[in-house]
Design a protein around this ligand. Structure first.
Ligand code: PMP
Length: 371
């Protein structure tokens, strides 16, 4: 089995699983308790916050632990709402954990704007400049698209914000960027940044939200006041410690260069073959490609367990009318025939080559059957 759906989730590092077991079974104490063993856990969580900030390359601000990116995004977006005639800016390319919050805000009567996408999947920066004003409360954009691999120029967005809407916060869903592409959060200038452990070999159900200024955020759940009052509920200590173990084991630049090579090799195998086309985007971790005349889901099933690929946008076709590829200008036939391939640094060049060949072979087979 060659697993090419790493944008959906990744395999946990064994070292992280060991750390998980340690904090679940041996050092299992509640970090909010007062005895020495518990205080040690609380200290370990604080060290974990520092490690995350180091990886993000930012020195000020706080890390709030959550149950994953969906919760981090909800906390950032709902926790930053303010009464009055504020405006909120999103893009049509956002993950449902942002997009559906935006839709809900619209239903609740907030003033919500959606930026369209360029044909390369990045947001339309011209539209953004026209929308920004002194009433903009926040802009929420993803760093790397989980569907296409497009990278938004967050630095450009934050500079536009500084110039045209200095009061606005900038929230970035960094799920497909953190621990994959090299960046400095300080340089990007985001105020809120979302991460999720299971996308970089940590456990599922744990993540974090970076918050530059805690006063800009209000809690959305009420309870015992953990995480500085911003996220009540006993912390998922084992998950958090395992997440940080994964972070420490990742060499972002080395992995990026390896994945870039894998991406090139995969494209070399499939490039120029009749009926196959792919979207050129910047993150080497994700390729969205389409197979003329064949349904993406049929192809995915025909590959069985030999090569596991994702459905990406084609999958959301059912759920969300496929707003993303459609907005980028793709016709419905092309969208239906697309799949998403996403890499991890643990793949070898040979695996990627043989996965590419297998996909070609199965495409030919399915095409013969359906033509
Ligand atoms: N944002 C993006 C860009 C994602 O790719 C995902 C996961 N598919 C999420 C948010 C949601 O992450 P989680 O599973 O941690 O809730």
């Amino acid at each position: 089995m060659i697993y090419l759906d790493n944008a959906a989730t990744t395999k946990m590092f064994e070292s992280s699983a060991r750390v998980y077991t340690n904090y679940a079974c041996t050092n299992f104490f509640n970090p909010s308790a007062n005895y020495a063993k518990a205080v040690e856990i609380s200290k370990a969580l604080d060290e974990a916050r520092v490690s995350i900030k180091e990886k993000l390359k930012v020195s000020n601000g706080d890390i709030i632990f959550t149950s994953g990116a969906t919760e981090s995004n909800n906390l950032a977006l709902r926790g930053s709402l303010r009464s009055g005639k504020w405006e909120y800016i999103f893009s049509v390319g956002e993950h449902p954990s942002v997009y559906n919050v935006a839709k809900e805000l619209e239903r609740e009567g907030y003033i919500v704007h959606f930026l369209s996408l360029q044909s390369n999947g990045e947001v339309n920066y011209e539209e953004l400049s026209k929308l920004l004003n002194s009433k903009t409360r926040y802009i929420s954009l993803m760093h790397v698209s989980n569907e296409t691999g497009a990278i938004n120029d967050i630095k450009r967005v934050s500079l536009l914000r500084d110039k045209l809407a200095p009061k606005a916060l900038l929230h970035v869903d960094g799920v497909q960027a953190f621990c994959k592409i090299d960046f400095s959060l300080k340089e990007l200038g985001a105020d809120l940044y979302t991460i999720s452990a299971h996308k970089f070999h940590g456990p599922k159900g744990v993540g974090a939200l970076y918050v530059k200024n805690k006063d800009s955020l209000k809690n959305i759940v009420f309870g015992g006041g953990q995480e500085g009052g911003l996220r009540s509920g006993t912390e998922n200590v084992a998950g958090i410690m395992a997440m940080v173990d994964a972070i420490k084991h990742i060499d972002v630049i080395k992995n990026y260069n390896h994945v870039l090579k894998l991406n090139k090799i995969f494209k070399e195998v499939i490039a120029g073959k009749t009926g196959i086309s792919f979207i050129e985007t910047q993150s080497p971790y994700i390729i969205s490609l389409s197979f003329e005349g064949v349904n993406g889901e049929t192809l995915m099933r025909a590959l069985q367990d030999d090569v596991i690929v994702g459905m990406g946008s084609a999958c959301s076709t059912k759920k969300a009318g496929n707003r993303i590829l459609e907005n980028m200008g793709y016709k419905s036939e092309k969208i239906k025939s697309s799949i998403r391939v996403s890499f991890s640094e643990d793949l070898t060049e040979d695996e990627v080559k043989s996965a590419g060949k297998k996909i070609l072979q199965v495409y030919k087979y399915v095409w013969e059957k359906v033509k």
